[in-house]
Design a protein around this ligand. Structure first.
Ligand SMILES: Cc1cc2nc3c(=O)[nH]c(=O)nc-3n(C[C@H](O)[C@H](O)[C@H](O)COP(=O)(O)O)c2cc1C
Length: 426
C-alpha cells in the first residue's frame, strides 16, 4: 500500500510510534462488572477495533473514583488494584494492542455530571448544578483542598496501574464538562481559593494532575489531554482560555492534545451538521473543530488530534495535509463499522458510515429541533443511547442493528443503566 499522509507514522515524545494517523476517540463502553472491573467484553471489543486498522485507540472514560462514575458500567481504578483486577486490565491491554494499535486509557472523574442513580450528592469544583431539565444529576458539593490533593494522587495511581497493565499511555479527560473540565469553566467553578478565579487557578488542578501522572509513570509512557476548545456557553471557557491552557500543557511536555468542545448543557461534541451524506461539502467543513484546532496549532507545537465529524478519507487527508492536525479522531462510525479504518487506509475515496444522519427517531415529536428543552434533551440522550447499544452488540460479536429506532434505544438503555446502578457493589 502506498504511504499516504493518512497511513504515515507519527512519533510521539514518549517514544511511541503510531503506525498511522487514524485514532479511535474515547467512547464509554458500559461493559464493566458490578465492582467496576474490566471484563472479557472489553478485550473482545478492543481486539475487534485494533484489527480494524487503527493507529491509536483511546478507551472509554475510566474513573478514578467509584462514587463518581459517568455511568454504572464504567471501569474504575480507584487506588491500587488487586490481582484479579490487574489481570483483567492486562487482558484488555493485550487484546487492544494487536495489529500495531497503540492503546491508551482515558482517565476521568465525572464530577457534577455523575448520574443521580450513582451518587445523589457528587463532588465538583463548586456547588453549581448541571442546568438541564429532569432530575438526572444531584446538586454537587464543592471539593475541599484536601480532597483535590487526594484526587491528584488518584489520577497518578490509576495511570501507574495502566502502565503496569500494558497500556501505552493515558489521556486525561479535561473536556465535556466532567470534573477537570468543570474546574476550567468560570461558570461551573466559582471558587475563591487557589483552585478558582483566574485561569491560572482554574487550570491548576489539570496541570497538577499532568505533573503527578508524569512523575508516577515516567517519560517513556504516554500522557495526553482531551481539552475543550470552548464550552460554547456565554461567559464560559472559550478559545482564548483554551489556547492558554494548551500553552501550559505544552510546557508540561504532553504527548498530544485532543481538541473537542461542549458539555452536557451544550453538547457540541456531537454536532452532526458537519456532514450530510451525498451533499457536496468542502472537506474542510467535515470536521467541526478544525477552525479551533487551527488557532491552537498557531500557538503550540504539541501534536494535535481533532475529533468530531470526520467521515471521509479525503476530509481526513486534507486536514492532515493542511497541517491543521496530526491525528484524526473518530468515534460514532466505529460503533457500526469497526474495520472502517482499514478501508480508509486502502482507498482515498473511502467514507465511513455517518449513522447519526440516518437514524430513525420514531415519534416525530422526539426532535432535536423541538421548542421544548426536555424533548431536545431526550433526543440527545436517545441518540447517544443508540450508539451505546450498538457498541454493546459489537462487544458481543454481533452485527449492528441499523433499524433500531431512537426512542426504543432510549428505553432499553435507561432500563439497563438503572439495573446496573442498582447492582453496583458499593
Ligand atoms: C457512545 C459514545 C460514548 C462517548 N464516550 C466518551 C468518553 O468516554 N470520553 C470522551 O472523551 N468522549 C466520549 N464521546 C465523545 C467522542 O469521543 C467524540 O468526541 C464525539 O463522538 C465526536 O466524534 P465523532 O463525530 O467521530 O463521533 C462519546 C461519544 C459517543 C457517541
Amino acid at each position: 500500500m502506498a504511504v499516504t499522509v493518512l497511513s504515515s507514522s507519527l512519533s510521539l515524545a514518549c517514544g511511541t510510534v503510531l503506525t498511522n494517523r487514524i485514532a479511535k476517540s474515547a467512547m464509554t463502553e458500559g461493559l464493566a462488572d458490578a465492582s467496576n472491573r474490566a471484563t472479557a467484553d472489553h478485550a473482545r471489543l478492543y481486539r475487534r477495533w485494533a484489527e480494524g486498522g487503527l493507529g491509536l485507540a483511546i478507551t472509554g472514560n475510566v474513573q478514578v473514583d467509584r462514587a463518581h462514575l459517568e455511568r454504572p458500567g464504567n471501569v474504575a481504578i480507584a487506588g491500587a488494584q488487586d490481582r484479579e483486577a490487574r489481570g483483567r486490565l492486562r487482558d484488555w491491554a493485550a487484546a487492544g494492542s494487536v495489529n500495531g494499535c497503540s492503546l491508551w486509557m482515558q482517565l476521568s472523574h465525572a464530577g457534577r455530571q455523575t448520574p443521580i442513580t450513582v451518587n445523589p450528592r457528587p463532588k465538583a469544583a463548586s456547588a453549581v448544578p448541571v442546568a438541564l431539565p429532569g432530575k438526572q444529576f444531584g446538586t454537587p458539593e464543592a471539593l475541599t483542598g484536601a480532597e483535590i490533593a487526594e484526587l491528584v494522587g488518584r489520577f497518578a495511581t490509576a495511570a501507574a496501574e495502566a502502565r503496569e497493565a500494558g497500556f501505552a499511555g493515558v489521556q486525561l479527560h479535561a473536556a465535556h464538562g466532567y470534573l477537570l473540565s468543570g474546574f476550567l469553566s468560570p461558570l461551573a467553578n466559582v471558587r475563591t481559593d487557589e483552585w478558582g478565579g483566574s485561569l491560572e487557578n482554574r487550570a491548576r488542578f489539570l496541570l497538577e494532575v499532568v505533573r503527578a501522572v508524569r512523575s508516577a509513570t515516567g517519560r517513556d509512557f504516554g500522557v495526553a489531554v482531551k481539552l475543550n476548545s470552548a464550552d460554547f456557553q456565554r461567559g464560559g471557557f472559550g478559545i482564548e482560555e483554551s489556547t492558554q491552557v494548551a500553552r501550559w500543557l505544552e510546557v508540561e511536555g504532553i504527548d498530544f492534545l485532543e481538541v473537542s468542545g461542549g458539555n452536557y448543557e451544550q453538547p457540541r461534541m456531537m454536532d452532526s451538521d458537519g456532514l450530510t451524506p451525498g451533499e457536496a461539502r468542502s472537506a474542510r467543513r467535515e470536521a467541526y473543530f478544525l477552525q479551533e484546532a487551527t488557532r491552537l496549532r498557531a500557538a503550540v507545537a504539541t501534536p494535535l488530534m481533532v475529533t468530531g465529524g470526520f467521515r471521509s478519507a479525503a476530509g481526513m487527508t486534507a486536514a492532515l495535509a493542511d497541517q491543521a492536525c496530526d491525528l484524526v479522531g473518530v468515534a460514532r462510525p466505529l460503533c457500526v463499522d469497526p474495520s472502517g479504518p482499514n478501508r480508509l487506509l486502502a482507498d482515498p475515496q473511502a467514507m465511513l458510515p455517518s449513522p447519526e444522519s440516518t437514524l430513525r427517531l420514531g415519534p416525530g415529536w422526539l426532535s432535536a429541533r423541538s421548542p421544548f428543552p426536555l424533548i431536545k434533551m431526550l433526543n440527545g440522550f436517545g441518540v447517544q443511547a443508540w450508539f451505546c447499544l450498538q457498541l454493546l452488540r459489537l462487544a458481543a460479536g454481533e452485527a449492528p442493528d441499523h433499524s433500531l429506532p431512537v426512542w426504543r434505544a432510549l428505553g432499553r438503555y435507561q432500563a439497563r443503566e438503572t439495573a446496573m446502578a442498582t447492582a453496583l457493589v458499593r
